[in-house]
Write a protein that binds this ligand. Sequence first.
Ligand code: SF4
Length: 388
Amino acid sequence: MATGDGLIARLLPADGELSLAALAAIAVAAARCGNGVVEVTQRGSLQVRGLSAETVAGLERAVHAAGASPPAGPPVHVGPLAGLDPAEIADPRPLAAMLRDRLAAAVTAAAPAKLAIIVDGGGGFGLDGLSADLRLVAVRTAGVPAWRLETDDGALTPPLLPAEAVAAAVAFVAGLDRSQRKRPRPRVPVVPVGVLIDGAAAGVVVPYGFTDAGRLADLAVAAAGAGATRIRLSPGHGLVFVGTGSAGSGAPAGLGASPVTAAAAAGFAPTALLAAAAELGFIVGPGDPRLALSVCAGAPACGSGEAPTRALADAVVAAAAPLIAEGGSVHLSGCAKGCARATPADLTIVGRVGSYGMVRDGRAGDCPDETVPPEALLAALALVRPTG
Ligand code: SF4
């Protein structure tokens, strides 16, 4: 995709999972081939920015060489703790793999270019908080787990056996066309952060969804030092690290070795990993005020941006501290499109021809209550308090 700072490459490896070595290799390639900015999106994909027509092939080669080639066909998301969460109804990864294979062979050119498909095994870190064109949701039944097809508007089928569910999903996707596509309903994902699953995993959030490639490579090195071996991209700009035992179990909840025991046996030290991640500036706990801010690329990185965003993010969080401390949410958007947040925020700051509109309890596309010049923005934020 082309945008204000060049080409963007988006990568979703199978099950959102990469080795640490692959993450480090992609970070190095991002610095060499792009402008050094790497993003983890709200939906949990990896993005490399600032590529050019001449350099994009170099990144592609690095991704393949790292063993991180994305599967063919439309992206199919699973939860970041798939196969690890004891509360999960079923491990979604085998079904997702089956679905990817079938979709790669069957999806027609008429299908929407950007499809959002989710296979959700449930549990504490399921994907109910992500919107989708189609979701296959695990359902508890007397025998093997079954899967129900849903859209954001409700159920499409009764619970089905895996092969039936995949066939129904392929038929549903093949029947979609661009003109019929409805905009998915906005939702708010659960963000896994901190020590997870009794120490089997550790969740880190990339502040505001972007970081420089060198810092990401440093995080991969630190994670390896703490005994992690794999990383899973997660909704909410997250990176979930797991150890050898925890990553490889793949057993449904209640069957086989405990992932916690296996991770401990493999020497995975999540608290050490989180300490190193905090040193590098990543978010490691749910109380971090930076989690309250949703921010898009803005100007000049996005060609549609009407004002800068990311360069102001830390200052906005500091200035809006009174609002955030009382649980308020803030959305900083480069233009009225509002890519970073579809749901209303307590305060939305939206770029308008070089100035900033301020919208209370609304979205980026709503009419601002006031508009302030850039030099007056931070002072204006300090005065904002939650309504009600
Ligand atoms: S909201 Fe506007 S400025 Fe921000 S990423 Fe979307 S199009 Fe670009």
